[in-house]
Design a protein around this ligand. Structure first.
Ligand SMILES: Cc1cc2nc3c(=O)[nH]c(=O)nc-3n(C[C@H](O)[C@H](O)[C@H](O)COP(=O)(O)OP(=O)(O)OC[C@H]3O[C@@H](n4cnc5c(N)ncnc54)[C@H](O)[C@@H]3O)c2cc1C
Length: 298
């Protein structure tokens, strides 16, 4: 569909649709071009009305959380980018040992809220960048646990723009992500354990130190690039190719985790893509193994 038609189809939603908005601030790498249309509804009715229009008119859209797993290309992204950043989608509440949070809430806010209410379980996810929606879709984790194991149910919007509840057993949480047919994750409810806040904080501190020891520093703009091949560790493979510290333009292979690329202010998405290609080629040459991208290139 031609761009002008997309804009015309969404003209009723002008209050929360922006043409040509920069996406850089909404990604961890802080780079890349604008979105043709950035849609940021302020309420559930607005979100549903927008989605209904997309489904009726067959307008494709993509959802952007905190862009921890997204590389936006320099020329920008055509089509519609949806963000659930309004307060209506970031609420967090607790009832007994259950915690409910909107998909737009950051994982950090969810963990802080749980700790404040003496609810334990999510500690090992500390440090992972991103929103609950992104973390759920990717079934973030890969250390001692993943987010899916704590999910009791998820609220989604289905492909008719209706809100539905999916129980834990209706979804599959795999190492490759969560298998779910609905297009939009709206919120999630977790079953957690009650514990003393000081005990939770102690575990959080330990998990944070362990995680940060193998990550670029917080002040460095970086992203994790490849999936771990079955039974192997992508960072260890890349290290063995001797590429640690290698730069292409403003992008560099991290010396703290070779599976992370760090970028300087002047770096372009093209630099990152060229460095990704170089890493892939070296790993392929040395191990006859094709690394699969974890990050999505938009
Ligand atoms: C430096 C660094 C280290 C990392 N280390 C780890 C790690 O150790 N373990 C690990 O598991 N991950 C790791 N990640 C990846 C991290 O888990 C993800 O970046 C993050 O959880 C995704 O959340 P996000 O909000 O950034 O999602 P985004 O990157 O914005 O989106 C990720 C995907 O989720 C989709 N999505 C987002 N919100 C919704 C929604 N509401 N409904 C439907 N789809 C949605 C997007 O369309 C996209 O396909 C790391 C990332 C970085 C940058």
């Amino acid at each position: 569909m031609a761009s002008t038609n997309v804009s015309a189809e969404l003209k009723d939603f002008a209050d929360f649709v922006q043409a040509g908005a920069s996406l850089a601030a909404f990604t961890q790498l802080k780079m890349g071009g604008p979105a043709e249309l950035l849609v940021q509804p302020r309420s559930l009715p607005e979100l549903r009305a927008f989605l209904k229009r997309c489904f009726d008119k067959e307008l494709p859209f993509r959802i952007l959380g905190n862009g921890g797993n997204v590389l936006v290309q320099d020329e920008g992204v055509s089509g519609i980018i949806l963000r659930l950043a309004a307060p209506a989608f970031t609420q967090i509440s607790t009832e007994g040992s259950r915690l409910k949070a909107g998909a737009g809430a950051t994982l950090a806010a969810v963990i802080a809220h749980a700790t404040h209410h003496g609810l334990a379980g999510l500690e090992t996810l500390i440090g992972l960048p991103g929103t609950l929606g992104g973390a759920l879709l990717l079934n973030a984790g890969d250390r001692s646990s993943d987010i899916g194991q704590f999910v009791r149910r998820i609220e989604v919007i289905d492909n008719q723009a209706a809100v539905r509840v999916r129980e834990h057993d209706e979804m599959r949480f795999t190492s490759a992500g969560t298998i779910l047919e609905d297009p939009v994750l709206l919120s999630a409810e977790f079953d957690l354990e009650t514990d003393r806040a000081d005990a939770i904080i102690k575990r959080l501190r330990k998990a944070w130190i362990q995680y940060k020891a193998s990550q670029p520093y917080s002040y460095q703009r970086s992203a994790r690039i490849f999936k771990n091949p079955p039974g192997l560790n992508a960072a260890a493979l890349i290290e063995q190719t001797g590429l640690v510290g290698t730069t292409v333009g403003g992008a560099q292979v991290s010396d703290r985790n070779a599976n992370c690329i760090m970028v300087e202010t002047a770096a372009t998405a093209r630099d990152v893509i060229r460095l990704i290609d170089l890493i892939r080629t070296r790993v392929q040459d040395r191990f006859r193994l094709e690394l699969e991208l974890a990050i999505s290139v938009w």
